[in-house]
Ligand binder design. Structure first.
Ligand SMILES: Nc1nc2c(c(=O)[nH]1)N[C@H]1C(S)=C(S)[C@@H](COP(=O)(O)O)O[C@H]1N2
Ligand SMILES: [Mo]
Length: 524
């Protein structure tokens, strides 16, 4: 049977383009109207966040290994391509069978609305931008597809039709003009939406204006010599803008410090509520602590060292009085992320804190403003909850944290790790004396030795920089007499318990990577 697809060439491509323009309108209108709602309610953020929540551990691991801290940009790019492809299909479907196209668009709209309303801290009214965006997209799709239908009718139309309306060339011109104007309009609406929501948010301004109180107990002075003398080493103290960032938040939660409240509840004698003012008024301590991400591959740079200002969590727990049998604190962020931390770790003298300051400034928004947890010795995924609003005293047997539900471990003590920072992998260096430098960490146990092995020679002891504390990383350096040719530099650390870093290779999933880093360099 012969189909009656006698449309001029290119009509299907134009229909696909109509779909893409309509999708752009959906997103742009939602973005513009969304400026008056929570940022997490815009379609891209909601869809992306939902996608992240359903990401299996191997894929998260892959994304971080491949894109590092650019994983979010990669996600947006992937989403953009997927949405554009779906939009092409919907455009063609709408052109062939309008009713089916409408159904498809409404289905996509429903998916977006579903993603929006299921985000933590999002209200049903926050669906309004997505609903209006979907309707606007539907209208645009109709307006763009209709002239294409006239193209289809053209070959059978009488040649003497007076108006040139419907003539392929005219229809085509009109189509591209309409599509172009709509696309530009969508771009303006989207940009306007971004600017508007930035202008409406005064959280960043409130943060810059905030004065941190002086600590009741200042950090121990950093001794001389913590910085390795090797040129090109990262700074012992990581500046805030260079501190690695890892989280599931596609848009940084914006919390008004004046509205912030922390609820401590669950297996406690007394429920406690803490305001930001309570924190400002409390006896705060300052402490240097190195954070590490469980997703850090061997040799990776998902670790940082900062001076934190905050209230020891044990003080808060002392007021709440945990009940017998409790062994875990589930901390939850305003955006739904959660971490399971052993109760005793928050009560011992390691100074786990509710931090409000980072390197002398209020926490940067992306590092948890106004309040986050900092727990020495544990990977971030089980301890370092940013934008924290809830502490539930509970039991490991009763509750699971965000990543534990996704195949990662329920506990996460940091594994001993040594890293080569200089020279870089695959570097070319001149023969002779080569300065090798790196960083090692084993928070709460400390680093007592770092050894370097060139090719298969004997292990040689590196020179350790001064140790600041057991909960901060330690730099090291090594003088290497390099001979021409390709060489491998291997490194391993020994922690304060005398245990040598294992050479047993393990992936980050489920509880952190292990193994020795080996760096290939070419000596010329
Ligand atoms: N709210 C929230 N807090 C979070 C996370 C998150 O996804 N959401 N990620 C955790 C992980 S896995 C790590 S390694 C640290 C990283 O903290 P940083 O981004 O300040 O370096 O934050 C932790 N706190
Ligand atoms: Mo992490």
């Amino acid at each position: 049977m012969k189909t009656q697809r006698n449309w001029p060439k290119g009509t299907t491509a134009m229909a696909a383009l109509a779909g893409v323009v309509a999708a752009a309108v959906v997103l742009a209108v939602a973005e513009l109207i969304g400026a008056f709602f929570t940022a997490r309610a815009t379609p891209l953020f909601a869809l992306g966040s939902t996608f992240i929540d359903f990401t299996p551990p191997w894929m998260k691991d892959f994304a971080i290994a491949t894109f590092g801290t650019n994983d979010k940009a990669a996600l947006f790019a992937g989403m953009g391509v997927t949405i554009a492809l779906l939009a092409c299909v919907l455009g063609v479907v709408a052109f062939r069978k309008w009713a089916l196209g409408v159904l498809g668009v409404l289905f996509m709209g429903a998916v977006i609305v579903g993603a929006v309303v299921t985000r933590a801290g999002v209200n049903p009214v926050d669906a309004i931008p997505s609903i209006l965006g979907t309707l606007a997209g539907l209208v645009v799709l109709r307006l763009l597809v209709a002239p294409l239908w006239r193209l289809k009718a053209w070959p059978e139309a009488p040649a003497d039709q007076s108006a040139d309306d419907g003539r392929p060339a005219t229809s085509r011109r009109r189509f591209f003009a309409a599509a172009g104007i709509t696309a530009v309009g969508a771009g303006i609406a989207a940009t306007g939406g971004r600017l508007l929501s930035a202008a409406r948010s005064n959280i960043a301004q409130a943060r810059s204006a905030m004065q941190l109180p002086a600590p009741a107990k200042a950090a121990a002075a950093v001794p001389e010599g913590v910085q390795s003398p090797v040129a090109g080493m990262p700074s012992w103290l990581t500046p805030n803008n260079e501190f690695y960032r890892i989280d599931t938040a596609l848009s940084v939660p914006e919390i008004n410090a004046a509205d912030w409240e922390l609820r401590i509840h669950g297996m406690v004698e007394e429920e406690v509520r803490l305001t930001f003012q309570d924190l400002l008024d409390a006896e705060l301590i300052e402490t240097h602590v190195s954070l590490t991400c469980v997703s850090n591959p061997v040799g990776g740079n998902l670790a940082g060292n900062a001076k934190w200002l905050g209230l020891p969590i044990r003080e808060v727990l002392r007021r709440a009085k945990p009940l017998d049998g409790a062994d875990m604190v589930l901390s939850t962020s305003i955006d739904g992320f959660s971490a399971s931390t052993p109760l005793e770790v928050l009560q011992d003298d390691r100074d786990a804190i509710l931090a409000i300051g980072m390197n002398g400034e209020p926490l940067p928004l992306e590092h948890g403003y106004p309040v986050r947890m900092v727990v020495p010795g544990l990977y971030g995924f089980v301890s370092a909850t940013k934008w924290v609003v809830d502490l539930e005293v509970t039991r490991f047997a009763d509750s699971k944290a965000y990543w534990t539900d996704r195949g990662w471990s329920e506990r996460g003590p940091i594994k001993t790790m040594a890293r080569v920072d200089v020279p870089k992998s695959f570097a070319k260096v001149p023969a002779g004396k080569v300065a090798v430098g790196g960083t090692a960490w084993a928070q709460t146990r400390g680093i007592t030795k770092v050894e370097v092995q060139i090719d298969n020679n004997d292990w040689a002891e590196a020179e350790l920089s001064t140790e600041a504390s057991l909960v901060t990383w330690r730099q090291w350096s090594y003088q290497w007499d390099a001979t021409p040719g390709p060489h491998y530099i291997k490194v391993r650390a020994t922690d304060g318990t005398g245990e040598v870093q294992t050479d047993q290779r393990a992936d980050p999933v489920p509880d952190g990577a292990s193994g020795w880093q080996s760096v290939m360099v070419t000596v010329q």
